[in-house]
Design a protein. Structure first.
Lengths: 122, 729
């Protein structure tokens, strides 16, 4: 089976690397982008199987990125997970309204992250 | 996860991000404290602290996490307008920022975890008083106990608890979890009817069922009664209601997690087989809060609680996305990559070699080859590569300046002085090597200015000055040098006291005729300190002479100018780069040496009688009426001298030292002038007085670079003892 490609968008390089290390070990291919704008570009370029995005980022934040991605017909069915240190219901609702599939709270646990991914990405 | 080394590397990157983030935060908070912060600035600070918090959690720096969390929450409220951005708040946040940086330092292994109790309490007080429209408990509901266990170290709550990973297995027996269901080992009966919008947002209920199966679930029933005819069926809607049975040992939290993403609007219920199914449970929109938190009346309280939450939403500052979500033009600032500095250094080294090989090629090829167009092109390209590599290493001096505001704040509170810090030219770019080295001298200069330069507010008022003193820090580029100036509007140097002290210390004698400038420079003399009592701020008087030694080791110099009653200025002049040097190649006894061009004033072929012998070993040159001591380089190094040339056969290069006046260097010939890549001498050769390094010339031979400052000091018989450099190195 071909490995799934995941795009991770986070303005922190260390967080992107942590995700890469953790998810590569679970057999995923990982690409990264450092803000929403870059993330959107990379989405179009890569057409990944899953988008994992942070919320607080410069230029274009996670909410905006999710909305922009969802606005494109080709990404209507692409699962999107938010990975954020925030956990308020308000933010989660907002993310869902924007089109997020799920929400994971940082810091993440590798196994749980893997399980969460399996629940949205076949 | 992967091996520790990889994690260490990632953590190192995280620390770099912390340092960057702290810089952004400090800048923003300073603006806030001055009443100049825009929403964007606050948002930038929030993001910076938020990232620090995220990484702190990931790498298990819990003290940092807790503090950053409280800090971030306050910022969030300032951002949302719930806490007024007053100057006082700005000040308080700045003080809290200092604690935050200490936390970061502690996480980096530099220093202990600070005692943040009072400051943290202050932040939490802000959270509870300031946020009237959206009190903390509403927007920041700590996750229920089970979620804490599910997500280790999820969040610190507002009371400053450090999150810990709790294994619920150990506690489930003693925790009061609703109706004691968790002790129930009978199988779970799970009902799951995906909502009508089940497949919106890229969700896939099937995968949830798969995950449940992975946990041991067996599907016992699929209610397809709501399934419409094929024609009416909308493929992205959920119609089927699944019933499953799962082993009772599975934790409720695991099921919560499993249904987390599909919860809204779906019908989800799970209960142990014997336990009574809570009334009304189906159709109730599930939230992330497990049902047992309020199992009896699940809906009303929740709806009530969510109303104020939603009311707070409009305050959030994030604007809706641009129409159509079109990608904006790529921002240039974001087009950066991070490169390990050692790689840049390696590149610079290689380019240096390339420059050298290029010169060698030029030297070896005959004149007709030189005319071919390719060679000059190659030369030009090589130089361009070199310039570009150098510019890669150039960084704004802001990095070195970033520590200063904090030092000033700390000194202000330690000395009870009031200081207004003015910073200019922080975008001036200098080579990385310089930035690395000036931090310490800069710190000393700032401390000196505040501790010794500025008066107390009372003294200032008595002298008719503004009680708030001003310390200015500026940087500007002048040619190939960068000029950094620290000035204060304090009392100026008390020259009589300095002179007396220097005499007492035996640094100068009573008879020495000293100009004002000489006296000012005495404060850089080793072992000199004017502070009547040794303060723990400026140290034990080792400060300024160390500063001078360090600065001179960088090929720079320090100038001091002072006006009694009006202030003192320390000016640090440094080369822009420590890697490349414009040099004059001279020949002495068949050997070639490099004189840094920045020191050269002129070169003279002396006329008969222009160089006069004062003694067998000392000569002076008459330079348009003034006398400059002349030294033969061969004498200085104790080499050659087999055939002492007469001055008329030699050249005299008049070189100016940064600190100790001029000297004439007698050399045999001047060969060339070119840009040279400085190679440092091997560590075990290092402090050779009079030499600062070496370079490789076009023909592959090695030339030593003369250290003019050291030569002048050593040679200058009348030179002040305290300018001896290299001795201390």
């Amino acid at each position: 089976m071909m490995s799934k490609l995941i795009l991770t968008v986070d303005d922190s390089a260390s967080m992107r690397m942590l995700l890469k290390v953790s998810l590569t070990a679970q057999g995923y291919l990982i690409e990264g982008a450092e803000d929403g704008e870059k993330g959107l570009e990379r989405m179009q370029e890569l057409d990944p199987d899953l988008l994992i995005t942070d919320i607080n980022m410069p230029h274009m934040d996670g909410f905006e990125l999710i909305e922009a991605v969802r606005a494109r017909p080709e990404f209507r069915g692409t699962p999107i997970l938010v990975l954020s240190t925030e956990f308020s219901d308000e933010k989660k609702t907002r993310a869902r309204d924007a089109g997020a599939t799920g929400w994971i709270t940082k810091p993440f646990d590798s196994e749980k992250l893997g399980a969460a991914i399996r629940r949205v990405c076949p | 996860m992967s091996d520790d080394k990889e994690l260490d590397e990632i953590q190192a990157i995280f620390f770099e991000e912390c340092v960057e983030g702290l810089g952004t935060a400090e800048e923003g908070l300073t603006a806030l404290a001055n009443g100049e912060a825009s929403l964007d600035v606050i948002a930038g600070v929030f993001r910076a602290v938020h990232s620090i918090k995220g990484g702190a959690g990931a790498f298990g720096h819990n003290a940092l996490l807790t503090f950053a969390h409280a800090f971030e929450n306050v910022l969030d409220k300032i951002r949302a307008g719930d806490i007024a951005a007053t100057l006082e708040i700005g000040q308080q946040m700045l003080s809290a920022f200092d604690v935050l940086s200490d936390h970061v330092s502690a996480a980096m292994g530099r220093g202990d975890i600070p005692d943040d109790g009072p400051v943290l309490a202050g932040l939490n007080a802000l959270l509870s008083d300031g946020g009237a429209p959206a009190p903390a408990p509403v927007t920041e509901v700590p996750p229920p106990a089970e979620e804490v266990s599910a997500d280790p170290a999820t969040e610190a709550d507002e009371f400053g608890f450090t999150p810990v990973t709790v294994d619920l297995d150990d506690f489930s027996a003693s925790l009061d979890l609703g109706e004691g269901e968790e002790e129930n080992d009978s199988p779970w009966i799970v009902t799951f009817q995906p909502s009508r919008a089940a497949m919106a947002n890229g969700a896939e209920p099937l995968l949830v069922i798969r995950e449940l199966e992975r946990m041991g679930a067996r599907v016992t029933d699929a209610d397809i009664s709501k399934l419409p005819s094929l024609r009416e069926l909308e493929p992205e809607q959920g119609y089927i209601c699944w019933k499953m049975i799962i082993d009772g040992s599975v934790e409720r939290s695991e099921l919560d997690e499993c249904f987390d993403f599909v919860a809204p609007d779906s019908v989800i219920d799970y209960h142990h087989r014997e336990s009574e199914q809570p009334a009304e449970q189906p159709e109730a929109p599930q939230t992330d809060t497990p049902p047992e938190a309020g199992a009896e009346t699940p809906d009303q309280p929740k709806a009530a609680a969510s109303a104020p939450k939603l009311a707070a939403v409009p305050a959030a500052p994030v604007p809706p996305p641009a129409a159509g979500g079109e990608a904006k033009a790529a921002d240039v600032a974001s087009q950066t990559i991070r490169i390990d500095v050692t790689r840049l250094d390696m590149l610079l080294n290689l380019v240096g070699e390339l420059v050298i090989r290029n010169s060698i090629l030029n030297d070896r090829l005959g004149a007709e080859d030189q005319e071919r167009v390719e060679l000059p092109q190659l030369g030009r390209l090589t130089r361009e590569i070199q310039d570009n590599v150098m510019s890669l290493r150039a960084q704004p001096i802001r990095q070195a300046f970033s520590r200063v505001p904090r030092i000033v704040r700390e000194l202000c509170s330690a000395t009870n002085k009031q200081v207004n810090l003015e910073v200019q030219g922080e975008t001036t770019e200098v080579d990385k090597s310089v930035i690395e080295k000036i931090g310490e001298p800069l710190t000393h200069m700032i401390r000196n200015a505040i501790d010794h330069g500025l008066e107390t507010p009372e003294e200032r008022e008595a002298a008719g000055k503004d009680p708030v003193g001003t310390v200015s820090l500026s940087a500007e580029q002048k040619g190939a040098r960068i000029v950094i100036r620290v000035s204060d509007d304090g009392r100026g140097i008390d020259r009589e006291r300095v002179r007396q002290k220097a005499i007492d210390k035996g640094i100068v004698s009573e008879e020495d005729p000293l100009t004002d400038e000489d006296i000012d420079n005495l404060i850089c003399a080793p072992g000199f300190s004017t502070a009547e009592t040794i303060s723990n701020i400026s140290g034990r008087g080792v400060g300024m002479d160390v500063v001078r030694t360090n600065v001179e080791a960088l090929g720079g110099r320090i100038e001091i100018s002072s006006t009694p009653g009006q202030g003192t200025a320390f000016t640090m002049v440094l080369p822009l780069t420590l890697a490349i040097l414009d040099g004059m190649i001279v020949r002495i006894d068949g050997q070639r040496y490099v004189v840094p061009l920045s020191h050269v004033i002129e070169s003279i072929r002396p006329e008969r009688g222009q160089v006069k012998a004062m003694s067998p070993t000392s000569e002076v040159i008459d330079l348009r009426g003034s006398y400059v001591p002349v030294r033969r380089v061969s004498d200085l190094f104790g080499i050659g001298a087999h055939a002492r040339r007469s001055p008329e056969e030699s050249l005299v290069i008049i070189a100016e030292s940064d600190t100790a006046g001029c000297i004439g260097l007698m050399v045999d010939a001047i060969d060339d002038r070119r840009e040279l890549v400085i190679k440092s001498l091997d560590q075990n050769l290092y402090p050779i007085n009079g030499l600062s390094g070496a370079t490789i010339l076009g023909d592959g031979s090695i030339a030593l670079i003369l250290d003019i400052d050291a030569l002048v000091s050593t040679a200058n018989a009348s030179g002040s003892r305290f300018t001896l450099k290299g001795m201390a190195a």
